[in-house]
Design a protein around this ligand. Structure first.
Ligand code: GLN
Length: 474
């Protein structure tokens, strides 16, 4: 087995016992990248030279007995909407094709401090808007399990890189499901952390009240390892909090109360997905967990709540791309007004324009704040319902996606694409953590993921439940 095929947890053990070197890990990783990348297209930019230099630096550190970071020598892919100093950061948009940040996002600083090794910047839907990775201005990432299918989005490049062993770990961002859906489509583990658990400083914003950076790995333990590195208070992001993850080393599946919301198993869920997720629930039941059917009314409001708030925030956040400070400026224009218009016409793709127009309309003076106010009122009602559920359940289990990955080019209707997120939206709207764990495979060799949802700052319980499933279900 090649080193890049192992988990981060295993590699760290090998490195510590001097059974392999960081350079060997990075060599195997780039061999794989060179072999697979022409087909998979997971990356927008590769940072091979820096990765090799870094690996040599880490090996020196190991040799001299210096204290090692907790991700020593581990290859990682970083979604290309996370700022990396001196490395192009495009958000997969023509608008930022040549944008080179002068600073690192906080999460990147933390990766560096932990001695992780960035291998490149991963492809995404333009400005993280999409569920298939197809709105990228540059390339179409393929699903490593079957290259005629999408990897999911928006963090499709990150998920595909891990699934194809082109990287051991990856970072994505999750606004409405962009870590969890591609994790499910690509058969890897992906976490959306509690809102405020991970700094957003240096993440190009889509909808600031939903955005969270989240980890990908091959196993729950790897995702936990990466989460522990990137989480914590950051003075540069005032929404972050210092928190202690409860240590669940005394985790006992028999005292786990699992809620199964009936509405997530309706007709809109593909049969094979339903079967796999129910099998996982059955596994927990046989292991002694208490399973309880619960109800989450108002599913029909999930998409409207999300898209009203998202488009309003996105229209505002993307106003900064006007040809003045960042990225592209149109070559031809008569006056200032036309410069703005031409720059935005040339720089943004269709999906981004659609959302800017919608968000501008929804927040325009004619609309007053009617839409936003109603969306927030509905969000509060949702919060009440979920808080009540968590009085009697520790976690909820649902499918991550309503279906398995679809063919490239198959979903063209934007509304149908938005509906792909139906199962992942509640945690995004409520700011609570959720993890997608592979639970089987369906037709055409395509993976299926189950979503475990917890209360704020209860990531550790999700990790313990996920690890228990991984260890005992095979
Ligand atoms: N697919 C969702 C959207 O297009 C989620 C995006 C995300 O989480 N970044 O908004």
């Amino acid at each position: 087995m090649k080193l890049n095929e192992l988990t981060a947890t295993k590699l760290i053990e090998l490195l510590k016992n001097k059974k392999c070197s960081a350079l060997e890990i990075i060599e195997d990783t780039f061999d794989e990248i060179e072999k697979k990348e022409p087909e998979i297209e997971a990356f927008i930019t590769l940072t091979k030279e820096a990765a090799f230099e870094n690996a040599k630096r880490v090996d020196k550190k190991i040799a001299s007995g210096e204290k090692l970071g907790s991700l020593t020598g581990i290859p990682i892919a970083v979604k290309d909407n996370i700022c990396t100093k001196d490395v192009r950061t495009t958000a997969a948009s023509n608008m930022l094709e040549n944008f080179v940040p002068t600073y690192n996002a906080t999460v990147v600083e933390k990766l560096n401090a932990a001695d992780a090794i960035m291998v490149g910047k991963a492809n995404l839907d333009e400005f993280a808007m999409g569920s298939s990775c197809e709105t990228s201005a540059f390339k179409r990432t393929k699903n490593p399990h079957n290259i005629e299918y999408v990897p999911g989005g928006s963090s499709g490049g990150s998920a595909a890189a891990v699934a194809a062993n082109e990287s051991v770990l990856a970072l994505g961002s999750d606004t409405g499901g962009s870590v969890r859906l591609p994790a499910s489509f690509c058969g890897v583990v992906g976490l959306r952390p509690t809102y405020g658990a991970v700094s957003r400083y240096g993440l190009l914003p889509l909808a600031s009240s939903f955005d969270q950076i989240g980890p990908f790995g091959k196993t729950v333990a790897d995702v936990e390892l990466l989460f522990n590195v990137i989480s914590g208070k950051d003075l540069k992001d005032s929404t972050t909090m210092n928190f202690k993850t409860k240590n669940n080393s005394d985790f006992d599946v028999k005292s786990l109360k699992i809620g199964v919301p009936e509405e997530y198993f309706g007709d809109f869920i593909e049969e094979e997905v339903k079967k796999s997720v129910l099998k996982m629930i059955e596994f927990f039941k046989h292991s002694g967990a208490q399973i309880k059917k619960v109800n989450v009314p108002h599913m029909e409001y999930m998409l409207p709540i999300y898209y009203v708030i998202l488009t309003i925030e996105a229209a505002s956040n993307l106003a900064r791309y006007d040809g003045m400070c960042f990225g592209l400026r149109a070559k031809e224009f008569k006056d200032l007004e036309e410069m703005y218009a031409n720059t935005r016409e040339e720089g943004f793709g269709d999906e981004v324009k659609r959302r800017i127009i919608l968000g501008t309309f929804l927040s325009s003076s004619e609309s007053g704040s009617a839409y936003m106010q109603r969306a927030i009122a509905a969000k509060n009602e949702l919060l009440r319902i979920y808080n009540e559920l968590f009085e009697s359940c520790d976690i909820l289990i649902t499918p991550t996606g309503s279906a398995q990955a679809f063919r490239l080019g198959e979903v063209c209707d934007p509304i149908k694409m938005y509906a792909m997120d139906l199962c992942t939206l509640a945690p995004s709207i409520l700011g609570i953590p959720a993890i997608s764990v592979p639970c089987g495979k369906g037709q055409n060799n395509l993976p299926i993921g189950t979503q475990l949802i917890g209360q704020r700052y209860c990531e550790q319980l999700l990790f313990e439940a996920g690890k228990f499933f991984e260890k005992n279900s095979l």
